[in-house]
Ligand binder design. Structure first.
Ligand code: GLA
Length: 394
């Protein structure tokens, strides 16, 4: 992987493209300031962040961009360069609840930033960028963080990274109402170019792990399935995890969250657990172990071991956690047949969206060919680098 990409020259081009359409979407006005936040691919630690487990994501070099200009009135105006729509809200009366629109995340962030004592005043935002939505690469957290950085600049507030993560979580959990864990905003806000992030979701402790896999890169491929039913199913998984943790407490008195339950305690309790709940716990407990092993493989530069763990995670998400779908399974199976591919799995919440693969840099052509030949939707592969955190783009 050509991992160190500190300057991210492509980002300047993306910002220039957004600036160029600003007048078309917002009308004449002052030159905007542009802020960018990357997406993320979670390499390991899937569906364990909301139960206190470790995660190992990278930020990727596709971004949500937000161009911001001041307004004379006390209005928050939000337009989308991709969708073409626009919304206006009086800053004194921002909606108190999500309305199911694409700007819910922006409003949720505006409320959370305002609540932190910002000098709130009129602002207009144009949202753009090249990060796909609904693909499992965290476009909603990227939108929240690009918006947060833009509003901090407009409203003269300087938040610390941990506060921005809280703002993004407030927007997503409290305002939009998805009971997600800290993975997505942490992966983005704490990203370091050329590194994966190791985050303990229970304590919040994190470290940057250098990308130690020489001549190895990550490919992301869309399954062609939009994640439509994901929100309800995601909420059910969160509830099932809470129930199974309650059922396991007696066997694991030292565990403060499901991710801290060990395999022996789970094995002792398994015979009296509901079968579905036992499967959910088995995914969590095994994924925690795989994520620790993957970190060791990354440090050791062992791509084969890392890839095998990714593939095992896919099986666990498919069979025990039941968040895959036939198209994702077919895509992963297709990618794994190519020489030079070390492993692959669905990424993000599942139920559609993307799969990620670990492959030798020389394996691109064979990989792309086998994915195209064997999967349903003839998808394009996208090769990602471990990108840096959100920033203003000059
Ligand atoms: C979504 C959520 C994250 C995490 C992943 C699954 O992306 O927003 O908090 O739970 O699913 O690992």
């Amino acid at each position: 992987m050509d991992a160190i990409d500190r300057a991210e020259p492509g980002l300047e081009r993306k910002a220039a493209a957004l600036r160029a359409v600003c007048a078309r979407h917002l009308g004449a006005g002052p030159a905007p300031r542009v802020f960018a936040a990357p997406g993320r691919v979670n390499l390991m630690g899937e569906h364990v962040d909301y139960v206190g487990g470790p995660v190992l994501p990278i930020a990727v070099d596709r971004h949500v961009l937000v161009a911001a200009r001041p307004r004379a009135d006390a209005v928050l105006r939000v337009a989308s360069a991709r969708l073409g729509g626009e919304e206006r809200h009086a800053l004194a009366q921002l909606p108190a609840a999500a309305r199911g629109g694409w700007d819910d995340y922006v409003v949720g962030v505006a409320r959370a930033v305002a609540a932190r004592g910002a000098r709130v005043r009129g602002v207009e935002l144009l949202v753009g960028g090249d990060l796909p939505t609904g693909a499992g690469v965290s476009s909603s957290a990227a939108l929240c963080l690009a918006t947060c950085h833009a509003l901090e600049a407009a409203w003269e507030l300087a938040l610390a990274p941990a506060e921005r993560i809280e703002v993004a979580l407030a927007a997503e959990r409290d305002f939009v109402g998805v009971p997600c864990g800290p993975l997505d905003p942490s992966a983005i806000e704490l990203a370091r170019a050329g590194h994966a992030l190791w985050l303990d979701s229970w304590s919040g402790a994190h470290e940057h792990v250098p990308w130690g896999l020489a001549d190895v890169e990550v490919a992301v491929v869309h399954s062609g399935v939009e994640r439509r039913l994901a929100a309800g199913a995601y909420r059910r998984r969160v509830e099932e995890c809470a129930r199974v943790f309650d059922a396991l407490r007696a066997e694991a008195p030292h565990a403060r969250c499901l991710a801290q339950v060990d395999a022996e305690a789970l094995a002792r309790a398994a015979p009296r657990l509901d079968a579905t709940l036992a499967q959910r716990a088995r995914h969590v407990v095994s994924e925690v172990a795989r994520t620790r092993a993957a970190r060791a493989a990354l440090v050791a530069g062992d791509a084969a071991a890392f890839g095998a763990l990714m593939t095992a995670t896919h099986a666990s998400l498919r069979d025990d956690y039941e968040v895959s779908c036939p198209e994702l399974d077919a895509l992963v199976a297709a990618g794994l047949t190519a020489p030079g591919v070390f492993g692959g799995r669905l990424v993000g919440a599942g139920f559609g969206g993307c799969a990620a693969f670990l492959l030798a840099t020389g394996a691109r052509a064979a990989f792309a060919e086998s994915v195209r030949a064997r999967s349903v939707s003839a998808p394009e592969a996208w090769y990602v680098r471990a990108a840096g955190p959100p920033r203003e783009v000059a």
